[in-house]
Design a binder for this molecule. Structure first.
Ligand SMILES: Cc1cc2nc3c(=O)[nH]c(=O)nc-3n(C[C@H](O)[C@H](O)[C@H](O)COP(=O)(O)O)c2cc1C
Length: 404
């Protein structure tokens, strides 16, 4: 990340009364290092966890707390802050401030600034797992997400209250990355998939022969993860069923980890009835051992391995398609378009993304051809998989004419 990446950007950083407030000094330091102007606005509870003097010293700016505080030049604090901010970041965000914002309340400086602002608002919740899972809190988050509020985190892990679960403040580095993403790359995407549910499969599967050996392939999962992320960022609710990969889970996506094709089929069957769009981007192994050996197979000169076919997950869904949009991938070594078209018809897909094995597997980039049932063929140059995901998700949007 370049050192002056946030030059000339003003971030109004709202800090509310969560135990995670102690971590915010580090975030302020990072944002200042990226040359952002950071103005901290604390709730009254936040001052129980971190002192205004600390934040003032680290940010280099006065800390604001009181809506009725005297100001120079006769400006009204909350209107002034809302006007000078390029971004309002609330970290940590308590259940209380989230509830107040969802209800349109403005009973302190921070909530008043948010109501008066017309800039992006990034919220990083932090609270006890039960509080986070509480239906009312979830309802408030959903309501805000449907407006222009962007949520990052929380993460799952050990919580200050001694329990483990979802509710931990997103790591400080990741919050800083998100700020840069919003301010620098202008990545506030149009929420054109609000109300749409996606099921995406990604990565390879592993078909174990014995407790230590398996059949697999070099799929990294990057394409499926990029698709899940793009759909989520555009407002969709996304479930990602992932084979073993080294990738961090995309934020705000429900990830179900599996190993074998059979496990993937089981999870796909479970979630498929509740979704609107299915994208099969996983590289599912076509065979598995007829019988997995209980103990490690002893070494021998020659070895015969009886294999059987794994379930064809995509073809199974084609029969139950209904109004759902089905998207498949064809990774081919030859006759790209011909093989992809056959697969499109055989599996009753809406469109297929064809790519060559050597141009896609294990790579950061991909070169794709999209073929649909009307025989429209769109070819793209080599692009980063994130960009490829953008075009594939755009194609899906064309099946929802009212959302375009
Ligand atoms: C030790 C302690 C830790 C707390 N941690 C959290 C927390 O992590 N998240 C949260 O939502 N509330 C937490 N609370 C409760 C809030 O401080 C309380 O709801 C308060 O009214 C929030 O006010 P504010 O949103 O105006 O900052 C904690 C309270 C105490 C005493």
């Amino acid at each position: 990340m370049g050192i002056i990446v946030l030059k000339n950007k003003t971030i109004v950083l709202g800090i509310s009364g969560s135990i995670a407030a102690y971590k915010i000094c580090d975030l302020v330091r990072k944002l200042v290092k990226l040359r952002a102007k950071v103005i901290c606005v604390m709730t009254s509870s936040a001052k129980q966890f971190v002192t205004p003097v600390t934040l003032q010293t680290i940010s280099g700016n006065p800390v604001m707390e009181d809506i009725f505080e005297e100001t120079t030049g006769g400006q009204v604090n909350h209107i002034f802050l809302a006007q000078i901010a390029d971004l309002i970041l609330i970290a940590p965000a308590t259940a209380n401030i989230i509830g107040k914002l969802a209800g349109g309340l403005a009973d302190d400086l921070l909530s008043s600034v948010v109501l008066a602002a017309r800039v992006p608002i990034l919220i990083c919740p932090s609270m006890n797992k039960n509080m986070y899972e509480n239906e009312i809190v979830q309802g408030n988050i959903k309501k805000l997400k449907e407006k222009r509020f962007i949520f990052a985190g929380p993460e799952t892990g050990f919580l200050a209250c001694g329990t483990k679960g979802e509710g931990r403040l997103l790591e400080i580095d990741k919050i800083a990355d998100k700020v840069v993403e919003i301010l620098k790359e202008g990545k506030i995407k149009k929420k054109d998939f609000l109300g749409i549910k996606f099921l995406v499969t990604a990565g390879p599967t592993r078909e174990y022969l014995d407790p230590v050996r398996f059949i697999s392939n070099p799929s990294t999962g990057r394409m499926g993860y990029a698709l899940a992320r793009e759909a989520q960022e555009r407002g969709a609710e996304v479930i990602l069923i992932s084979g073993p990969t080294h990738l961090p889970f995309p934020e705000e996506v429900k990830v179900v980890s599996i190993k074998s094709a059979l496990e993937m089929e089981k999870e796909v069957k479970k979630y498929f009835p509740g979704v609107d769009v299915f994208i099969g981007a996983a590289a599912v192994s076509d065979w598995c051992a007829d019988k997995k050996a209980k103990n490690k197979i002893r070494k021998s000169e020659r070895m015969m391995l009886p294999l059987v076919k794994t379930p064809d997950i995509l073809a199974g869904l084609g029969n139950k398609k209904g109004n759902k949009i089905l998207v498949g991938f064809a990774a081919e070594t030859g006759h790209l378009q011909r093989n992809a078209k056959n697969k499109l018809i055989k599996k009753n897909l809406d469109f297929i993304v064809a790519n060559k094995v050597k141009e896609s597997f294990g790579k950061q980039t991909n070169k794709i051809t999209i073929i649909d049932r009307e025989d429209n063929i769109e070819t793209y140059p080599f692009l980063d998989k994130k960009k490829v995901a953008f075009f594939i998700i755009n194609k899906i949007l064309s099946f929802f004419p009212l959302k375009r």
